[in-house]
Write a protein that binds this ligand. Sequence first.
Ligand SMILES: C[S@@+](CC[C@H](N)C(=O)[O-])C[C@H]1O[C@@H](n2cnc3c(N)ncnc32)[C@H](O)[C@@H]1O
Length: 404
Amino acid sequence: MRPLHILSLAVGASALQRQISLSPTASCPWRLPPPQLACSIDELDDLSSAILPPRPPSPPPSKWEGPHDCVNQYCIFSNPGFADGRGIVTITTARAIEKLKAIEQTRNIVHPPNPPPYTIAPIPAKGLGLLANTTLHRGTPIMRHTPAVLIHRSFLEHLPPRRQHALLDAAITQHLPLTLREAFLAQMGHFGNPHKISDILITNSFQMDLGGDDNHHYGNFPEVSRFNHDCRPNVAFHIGADLTHTTTAVRAVQPGEELTISYLGMFEPRAMRQQRALQAWGFACTCSQCGLGEGPAAKSDGRLEEIARIEGAMADVASGGVTPALLRRVVRLYKEERLEASVAGVYTLVAMNWNMLGEEGMARKYAGLAAEAAGGEGEGDAVAMRELERDPRGHFTWRRRVGG
Ligand SMILES: C[S@@+](CC[C@H](N)C(=O)[O-])C[C@H]1O[C@@H](n2cnc3c(N)ncnc32)[C@H](O)[C@@H]1O
């Protein structure tokens, strides 16, 4: 089996690591919503028994089944009723399944936007991808999905492949509901591994930590796998504590524009980003940022270095060099670099530093922006920033850099 290439993605304070990659695939038309019926309610009442299709059966209740088959300490557990009948299958340990059950209790109801604001279409030289089918604005939700498959990281990384295959096959083909199984199997494997399920998992999984010791898993979200990469993407993603994967537009997007996420650390210099894209996903990155000429590319790398320096100073309460000009400068650098998909962390630092300088109004403004960018109103980072926004003077950072 090919080694897993784990790449870091800084998403606010919770750095997520993931590796996804697919080859071009045949076709995958998005299902359109059914046409509106042109009848009045009364007519519908009259006709309902004759023309309306039978109500779909209500989803099975959420109920964990298993352990089914096991290899060493890793067993298959499934829950066909998970997330209102979407289903989920996991290969994990007895300890981690208890963690998963506890997390499920905190899960919010997940409704993906309907109809979806995108269409799946072939993209030149990239295989399939996602095109906006309507005008999107900053904050417009794109997708919200729970994982289809969760595999304990040690199972994939430490067991010999021949010991993994039978369990993986059983998990997907026997314990995943049909619709989700088909979506899973429609994903592409990049590495040409003859064991298709392994190939799909290795190339399309987000690394997720369920919390506690040794609870790292690979999470697979088949719908999300259609996003192509851009180093300056127009979509940000976030995996919440309840395991929901959320994607959101980070700037205005016109109909027909491709929707992209970043597979790579957006703060790495161009040469490193290009090397990683080639190594882990097999494509030479020619996105707008990688396609810059030598001069502009060197300037871009210089801005990224300056951002790192300023953020270091902002994170150090003892640093004497943090001024209003520096806080304005770092925000401007993010704008110049088009790093809208990665602003949650810097807005948090900027908000706290304005507060440390005793600038209540600016602290409020950036705390609000940070909470909005954190990706989930219930998440810890967003809660903390809403608290700062509500009461800057009561916050522990108030005037920390200026005394009094
Ligand atoms: C997660 S998949 C994205 C969806 C994929 N295009 C498909 O057809 O299902 C990742 C794969 O898409 C292609 N890809 C993604 N971003 C690309 C880019 N910026 N340039 C070229 N190919 C890209 C590469 O083949 C990569 O291994």
